[in-house]
Design a protein around this ligand. Structure first.
Ligand code: GDP
Length: 194
């Protein structure tokens, strides 16, 4: 079956989302960055395999070189298996993402999340941005428009529903993500026909 990879900074709710997708329990709220190598699971409601890649970004008590190594490992894994990866789910914290992205944007600096998004596209893996923690976001459409813009997707975000999926993993509200990934699968199958 098709492989979908899951990437994101620490603390965005990756483990919580993995639990929703697979029905397995994961070490949520535990030591950040504990997932050090790719782990494969079945996507319960779909015929996909989901690969949990290590979280990157700020990890308390993790030395800089370990954090860099994690980033390198994530990129190399995706590069190596790009041909067979159906979609790359990039998980964001909907409440914090814009501030984090803006803080890391500058003349010589591209935020890692944005970099990863473009990297996925460059290697031919359709990116799906899973905007998590939507339960904490009041101005939903405005926030999603801002996020779209940060990734170079012209608002309104609603025209990008194959690529932007607002979710609340904690409450199991992940329908838009299932839909987006399923759409990517169908597009890939259609492309295979031609
Ligand atoms: P990970 O480090 O990315 O694996 O993140 P976790 O799954 O461990 O979640 C980090 C924190 O965010 C935990 O306190 C979760 O309960 C919380 N969290 C995860 N998903 C949601 C969500 O949809 N809404 C809210 N409000 N909190 C969430």
């Amino acid at each position: 079956s098709s492989e979908v990879v899951l990437v994101g900074r620490s603390n965005v709710g990756k483990s919580t989302l993995m639990r929703e997708i697979t029905g397995h329990s994961f070490d949520t709220g535990g030591r950040p960055g504990v997932t050090r190598k790719p782990n494969h699971y079945d996507w319960a409601s779909e015929d996909f395999v989901i690969t949990d890649l290590p979280g990157f970004g700020f990890m308390k008590g993790t030395p800089e070189e370990v954090r860099e190594q994690i980033k390198t490992d994530v990129v190399q894994y995706i590069e190596r298996y790009a041909d067979s990866i159906l979609a790359g789910v990039l998980v964001l914290d909907g409440k914090a993402a814009v501030d984090i992205i803006d803080r890391h944007s500058g003349p010589d600096e591209v935020p890692h999340t944005v970099e990863l998004y473009h990297f996925l596209r460059d290697v031919g893996v359709p990116p799906v941005i899973a905007v998590n923690k939507m339960d904490k976001v009041d101005d939903r459409d405005d926030r999603l428009d801002e996020i779209a813009e940060r990734f170079g997707l012209v608002p309104p975000w609603k025209q990008w529903q194959d690529g932007i999926a607002p979710i609340t993993a904690k409450r199991g509200t992940i329908g838009p993500l299932n839909d987006a990934v399923r759409t990517q699968l169908h597009e890939a199958e259609r492309d295979d026909l031609f």
